[in-house]
Write a protein that binds this ligand. Structure first.
Ligand code: GDP
Length: 179
């Protein structure tokens, strides 16, 4: 049960440079937020706010604290266990970040066995068509193998970013309702 007062913790994961900070600032800037006040709970690494999804309010605490360069097992494990749901980002212009996303998905599964943690694989920077290194069908196939949803986004164009947040809330609700 996570509604007002009991926020969903959504974690941004992915290689450095894929657009996590850009996602977090769109979320923090929240054009479609229900309250227009400045977000008091927003800092560099986390932001909490209420958004409306399918006519129902949902509070999300967005965490953008992943240090892509960390190789501390402890830090990774800790991080992999803090979220209720994950947005796993790569850049469609960077194949290495796509491979990194697969590794992170495997690490997530290792730290959270048997938990149906909602995860969306997000192929960001889809505005950079000429620099594309990962095709839509590769992204979709990867998501199918890893049993998660898939979406392509452009934080630069603000395209599909809110759809990704709404998608994660829908998955969290499905999981809540099936309990
Ligand atoms: P992070 O390291 O994952 O937090 O990545 P950032 O959010 O800092 O983004 C890295 C760079 O990519 C920055 O220069 C962003 O402006 C740029 N960027 C992020 N998202 C997009 C996007 O959707 N399209 C384009 N063209 N650039 C993007």
């Amino acid at each position: 049960q996570a509604e007002p007062g009991n926020p969903y913790r959504v974690v941004l994961l992915g290689a450095s440079g894929v657009g996590k900070t850009a996602f977090a600032s769109i979320f923090a800037g929240a054009a479609d937020s229900m309250d227009s006040d400045d977000c008091e709970l927003c800092g560099d690494e986390m932001c909490e706010k209420m958004i409306e999804v399918d006519g129902e309010p949902a509070t999300i605490t967005l965490l953008d604290t992943w240090d892509a360069e960390t190789d501390s097992e402890w830090a990774q494990e800790n991080y992999m266990q803090t979220g209720d749901a994950y947005l796993l980002l790569y850049s469609i212009t960077d194949r290495a970040s796509f491979l990194r996303a697969s590794e992170l998905r495997i690490t997530l599964r290792r730290f959270r066995p048997a938990q149906h943690t909602p995860i969306i694989l997000v192929g960001n920077k889809c505005d950079l068509v000429r620099r594309r290194e990962v095709s839509v069908s590769e992204g979709r196939a990867c998501a199918a193998v890893f049993d998660c949803k898939f979406i392509e986004t452009s934080a630069a164009m603000q395209h599909n970013v809110w759809e990704a947040f709404h998608g994660i809330v829908r998955q969290l609700r499905l999981r809540r309702d099936s309990k």
